[in-house]
Design a protein around this ligand. Structure first.
Ligand code: UD1
Ligand code: CA
Length: 459
């Protein structure tokens, strides 16, 4: 028996009032649809994931790539119509399908597991996942009969004033036997205020056919939150942020003022690391034990070594070796691979470069497309000149090199071990091992120059 999931992501997201398709909007820099797919996969309970796409389908497909199958809904005629579009992909009619909207990013593995377990143990034809909320506005309300059994779902637009008082809502998650799903979908009409084919109408249809229906009432109602506008998106992001931070803190990561700290869903932080205010760590970043990150730091897709200190800085797609200090106001990007025990200080930018052990660039440097050895010192203002307006060139620097203040190293160039670049030099020829390179105008001292001029003026 095959188990399917159908995720509805064809809608435009009219209430977002912007141009991205709704399910592509990011929380903590990751699109909401990606959370849903990842969590569904992690349960290991589903054989096939089908995403229904329509409006700007290429955006959703680029996010999810080939990790799922796609069904197409050319015109957005409603959630019932959207599920129908997956019919050809659901070939095992003896199996069941978990249906869920693509705009509920907080739904996690445990909710999916619990809902499926409840469906299986009750042997229902249809299980509707419901929850009770303080503010039900906008959601479909759950109508129960005198015996407290599921009777129907009524949408906000169709509900009477008294029905609008009901606090039990439809989360939009259903588990349903496939033969029953497709038999009932064909019977849904669009005679309602939006002229849409509401998926929720299958409850009424199945009720008339005496199907075995029931609900699974989710206790953690916030996890079923649907994101329909940018305000809801910010609330969902805030909840996700706090959940993630709590998990890290309980795992031994210290956080100061955690409300201001944003850690992405896939970030790994080892216990005994400390994170300070206004810090973002996102993508597939890894923070090793004892590291101190922030305040005011942004790290994306980067690996930060043990006991690194990184404050007031930006680190993107880079790696920092253990016991290195970074910042304030450093910018490491595009494959900066910083060795152990380095010092990368104020206003230093490093791009696509590696550094060895115990190297220092303490102030105002640019290091781009460079391979730098151990124990190199970049003086204040020294830079690699890697770009001639058309192409980028490599700078190779050996071990124990001292680059004086304000030196320009014009690439392509090699500065060999134990050499010394005089301050203010513009070096465009390779420097052999153990050499002092001076490439600047000699100083001329005109003695008594000021006095002669003054005497002239007084004549
Ligand atoms: C829906 C439910 C409502 C439930 C709520 C939970 C219906 C009719 N209503 O309302 O009972 O309480 O979700 O959050 O199902 N979509 C398509 N194609 C369409 C229309 C929608 O793929 O033609 C997708 C959307 O992209 C979205 C999902 O289905 O991801 C839900 O659609 P949305 O318009 O947000 O439904 P709600 O009004 O929130
Ligand atoms: Ca919704």
């Amino acid at each position: 028996m095959k188990k399917y999931a159908v995720i509805l992501a064809a809608g435009k997201g009219t209430r977002m009032k912007t141009c991205l398709p709704k399910c592509a909007y990011p929380l903590l820099k990751k699109p909401m649809i990606a959370y849903i797919v990842e969590n569904l996969k992690n349960t290991g309970l589903l054989d096939e994931l089908i995403v229904v796409v329509g409006h700007k389908k290429e955006v959703i497909q680029e996010i999810l790539n080939v990790s799922v199958s796609y069904a197409f809904q050319e015109e957005q005629l409603g959630t019932g119509h959207a599920v129908l579009m997956a019919k050809d992909l659901i070939t095992d009619l003896d199996g069941y399908t978990l249906i869920l909207p693509g705009d509920m990013p907080l739904i996690d593995e445990s909710v999916i597991r619990e809902a499926i377990a409840s469906h299986n143990s009750c042997r229902h034809d249809l299980t509707v996942v419901t929850t009770v909320v303080d503010e039900p506005f906008g959601y479909g309300r759950i109508i129960r009969n005198g015996d407290n059994l599921l009777h129907s779902i009524i949408e906000e637009n169709e509900a009477s004033d008294s029905q609008k008082q009901i606090n039990e809502i439809n989360t939009g998650i259903y588990i349903i036997k496939n033969d029953i799903l497709f038999a009932s979908l064909n019977k849904i009409g669009n005679d309602n205020s939006k002229n849409e084919y509401y998926l929720t109408d299958i409850v009424k249809i199945l009720k008339n056919e005496d199907a075995l229906m029931g609900t699974y009432v989710l206790k953690t109602s916030y996890k079923a939150m649907g994101v329909n506008d940018l305000y809801a998106l910010s609330i969902a992001e805030g909840k996700l942020r706090l959940d993630i931070n709590k998990k890290h803190m309980q795992n031994g990561v210290a956080m100061t003022n955690p409300d201001t700290i944003t850690i992405g869903h896939n970030v790994i932080i080892e216990p005994s690391a400390a994170i300070y205010p206004n810090t973002y760590i996102t993508g597939n970043s890894v923070i090793k034990k004892g590291a101190k990150i922030g305040p005011n730091t942004e790290i994306h897709n980067s690996e930060i070594g043990e006991s690194v200190i990184c404050k007031h800085s930006l680190v993107f797609n880079s790696k920092i070796g253990k016991e290195t200090t970074v910042g304030p106001f450093a910018h490491l990007r595009d494959g900066a691979n910083i060795g152990e025990n380095n010092r990368i200080g104020n206003f230093v930018e490093i791009k696509k470069s590696t550094t060895g052990f115990n190297t220092k660039a303490s102030h105002l440097s640019y290091i781009g497309d460079a391979e730098v050895g151990d124990k190199v010192n970049f003086g204040c203002g020294s830079i690699t000149v890697n770009y001639d307006g058309k192409n980028k060139y490599q700078t190779i620097i050996g071990d124990n090199v001292f680059v004086g203040c304000n030196a320009n190293l014009i690439a392509p160039i090699e500065i060999h071990d134990d050499s010394f670049i005089a301050a203010g030099s513009t070096v465009n020829k390779n420097v052999p091992k153990g050499t002092l390179a001076i490439a600047r105008a000699y100083q001329i001292n005109k003695e008594n120059y000021l006095k002669i001029n003054i005497d002239k003026d007084n004549e």
